[in-house]
Design a protein around this ligand. Sequence first.
Ligand code: NAG
Ligand code: NAG
Ligand code: NAG
Ligand code: NAG
Ligand code: NAG
Ligand code: NAG
Length: 211
Amino acid sequence: MRLIPAGVVPFVALLLLQRRPVSGRALLGTSSACPTNGLCRANVLEQTRRQVALLNATAQDLFSLYLKCQGEPFSSESDRLCSPSGIFFPPFHVNRTTERKEVMVAMYKLFAFLNASLGNITRDQEELNPMAKELLNRLHNTTKTTRGLISNLTCLLCKHYNIFQVDVSYGESSKDKSAFKKKQQGCQVLRKYVQVIAQAARVLLPHLSPA
Ligand SMILES: *[C@@H]1O[C@H](CO)[C@@H](O)[C@H](O)[C@H]1NC(C)=O
Ligand SMILES: *[C@@H]1O[C@H](CO)[C@@H](O)[C@H](O)[C@H]1NC(C)=O
Ligand SMILES: *[C@@H]1O[C@H](CO)[C@@H](O)[C@H](O)[C@H]1NC(C)=O
Ligand SMILES: *[C@@H]1O[C@H](CO)[C@@H](O)[C@H](O)[C@H]1NC(C)=O
Ligand SMILES: *[C@@H]1O[C@H](CO)[C@@H](O)[C@H](O)[C@H]1NC(C)=O
Ligand SMILES: *[C@@H]1O[C@H](CO)[C@@H](O)[C@H](O)[C@H]1NC(C)=O
């Protein structure tokens, strides 16, 4: 069956808005407009690195458990049913030579999308598979890590790179879809997530290591 490409919903219809450099005045601290002002920890890079590594380490198990809990035909036909080619997923074109700032922005887009998608998936699974406690736990755990990561990224973007707004694209909401479509959308997103988080970890872990 053919899938309609997901709509792209612009969240903040602004391109990266960069503050003009303020000529060395400590008084005009660039943090004044940061939402996480005061929350930026000294080890924020290290925490970001750990969170990406943790998400990468748990992604495959989350996907496998998700598949198992959807029953047939998902468990036996995942290659066909979960092919992510028809869905929207944020492009993640970074490599070892990409500027750190660009890497941070790409990560932000990726994890903001993931957070919203996990929200839909969790809501759908609570409705469709309320007894799948282990799966629901893992979904909650992954969401929690993702939100911690987003807050650390927000802090990095804001304080270290003076970026206050990032364009984020989300996929389609699964709200009014059939049970089958909800399950399918979840498995497409999670399968793509397994691939992209591994790629992100490969590129980012060296990027974020202390020099
Ligand atoms: C790495 O990414 C940058 C964009 O961030 C791109 O311009 C460059 O061509 C890429 N290099 C390779 C080897 O893919
Ligand atoms: C994460 O997604 C939820 C919806 O599930 C939303 O309310 C929340 O604002 C999002 N958090 C971040 C940090 O984007
Ligand atoms: C569901 O997904 C849509 C589109 O990606 C997003 O706008 C919305 O915040 C998500 N809903 C929840 C409850 O996470
Ligand atoms: C749940 O999250 C914690 C960190 O918050 C992590 O140590 C643990 O491995 C995670 N468990 C699973 C099953 O993902
Ligand atoms: C960064 O991640 C850590 C560890 O998960 C979390 O405790 C903290 O609240 C996050 N946010 C900031 C801004 O440090
Ligand atoms: C990401 O996770 C995969 C699967 O667990 C693992 O093989 C790979 O080494 C991890 N990548 C990094 C950079 O840690």
